[in-house]
Design a protein around this ligand. Structure first.
Ligand SMILES: [Zn+2]
Ligand SMILES: [Zn+2]
Ligand SMILES: [Zn+2]
Length: 332
C-alpha cells in the first residue's frame, strides 16, 4: 500500500510508492563516466590565470596568490548568477516587485587533483572544503547587503555540474530563500508549541528508534528523513544545537568530514558513484533564529528526474522508503 508522509519541518507531502519500483529502470545508474582530464581545465594547477583572482586559499608552502602550490582555492565565479558590485535597490513594476541582482557567487576548488572526488575516501579534502566554506561565510556575513549564504555542491552533469574538477559553490543572496523560510517557519511553529527545537527532537527520536539512522559519531548523525523527496536522500545533523554552520568548531568540522566521507563511500558502492547535490542549510545572516533553527546538510543523489506531478503539486513520489534505503546502505 503506498503511503503519504508529511515532512514535519516544511509540511511537504511525499508519496512513498514501492509499487513504482516494479517499473523497469525505476532509477537510473550511470555506468560510464568520463574520467579524462580536459586540456584546459580552469581549476587545474598552472591554469590559475583562467579564473578571477582568489578570495581565499590554503597554501601550505606559502606560495604567492594565484600561482600553483595550493591545496584549495576560492575564486569568484567567472559567470556569476549574481554580482557583488553596487548597492541593493528594491523597486516595483506595476504591482510586481523586483530588486537588482546583488550577491556574491564563489567557487571553492577543493583540490589540485583533477580526478579526485568525495567518493574516494579522502576526508582531508572534505575537511578543507568545510573550513574554506566557514571562512568565506564568516567574511561575507559582514556585508550587510546579504541576507543568506547558500553553500552547495553539484557533482556530475545530471546534478548540474558543468566542470568535472571537484568543486563546491557559494552564493550570497539579498533575500532569504523560500525553501529555507519554510523550514524556519515550520521550526518556529514547533518551538512555539513545545519550546523545543524540532531538529533536536528529530535527532533524539531517530537515534532511539534506529530505523532510519545510517551513521553516528561524536558530533554528527546521518539519517534518511521520515518523508524523503528523493530515493536515498540523506540528512546530516550536528548533535549540538547550533543554528549556524559558521559557528561550528574546527574539531566538529573534522568529525563532519569523516562521517561524510564514510557515508559517501557507502553511497558510491551501492549506487555506483551517482551524480548528487549536497546543500548546507544554514541560518540567515542575521541569525535571529537561534533557539529553534538547527543547521544541517541535505544530500540528494540524482537517480530520477523531477516530473510534471512534482512541479504541479509540490508533492514528491519516491519509490524507496527511507527505512529500505538505510538498510541497503548499511549492508554494503
Ligand atoms: Zn582540473
Ligand atoms: Zn536543535
Ligand atoms: Zn534543510
Amino acid at each position: 500500500m503506498p503511503e503519504l508522509r508529511k515532512d514535519p519541518i516544511t509540511g511537504t507531502w511525499v508519496i512513498i510508492s514501492e509499487e513504482r519500483k516494479k517499473r523497469p529502470k525505476y532509477y537510473q545508474i550511470v555506468v560510464d563516466k568520463d574520467l579524462s582530464i580536459p586540456e584546459n581545465c580552469p581549476f587545474c594547477p598552472g591554469n590559475e590565470a583562467m579564473t578571477p583572482p582568489e578570495t581565499f586559499a590554503l597554501r601550505p608552502g606559502h606560495s604567492p596568490a594565484n600561482t600553483p602550490g595550493w591545496e584549495l582555492r576560492v575564486v569568484p565565479n567567472k559567470f556569476p548568477a549574481l554580482r557583488v558590485e553596487g548597492s541593493l535597490r528594491k523597486s516595483g513594476e506595476g504591482f510586481y516587485d523586483k530588486m537588482n541582482g546583488i550577491g556574491a557567487h564563489e567557487v571553492l576548488i577543493e583540490t589540485p587533483r583533477h580526478q579526485h572526488t568525495w567518493f574516494d575516501g579522502d576526508a582531508q579534502v572534505i575537511r578543507n572544503t568545510l573550513l574554506a566554506a566557514k571562512a568565506r561565510v564568516l567574511d561575507l556575513n559582514k556585508d550587510t547587503r546579504f541576507k543568506y549564504i547558500m553553500v552547495f555542491k553539484n557533482f556530475g552533469p545530471t546534478a548540474g555540474a558543468t566542470l568535472s574538477h571537484s568543486h563546491t559553490q557559494l552564493i550570497a543572496l539579498p533575500v532569504v530563500p523560500l525553501r529555507v523560510q519554510e523550514e524556519i517557519d515550520g521550526a518556529r511553529a514547533h518551538f512555539e508549541l513545545k519550546e523545543r527545537c524540532i531538529f533536536c527532537d528529530i535527532i533524539q527520536y531517530e537515534s532511539e528508534a534506529d530505523r532510519r539512522l545510517l551513521a553516528e559519531n561524536e558530533h554528527f548523525i546521518v539519517l534518511a528523513p521520515y518523508a524523503p523527496r528523493f530515493s536515498f536522500e540523506l540528512a546530516v545533523y550536528p548533535k549540538r544545537h547550533n543554528p549556524s554552520f559558521e559557528s561550528t568548531s574546527d574539531g566538529e568540522l573534522e568529525s563532519l568530514s569523516s562521517i561524510l566521507s564514510e557515508t559517501l563511500g557507502k553511497v558510491a558502492k551501492l549506487l555506483n558513484r551517482p551524480d548528487y547535490n549536497l546543500i548546507i542549510h544554514n541560518a540567515p545572516c542575521s541569525n535571529s533564529v537561534g533557539e529553534y533553527y538547527h543547521w544541517h546538510i541535505e544530500f540528494m543523489p540524482v537517480l530520477a528526474r523531477v516530473a510534471g506531478f512534482e512541479w504541479g503539486t509540490g508533492f514528491y513520489i519516491n519509490p524507496i522508503s527511507p527505512e529500505e534505503s538505510v538498510q541497503s546502505l548499511k549492508a554494503v
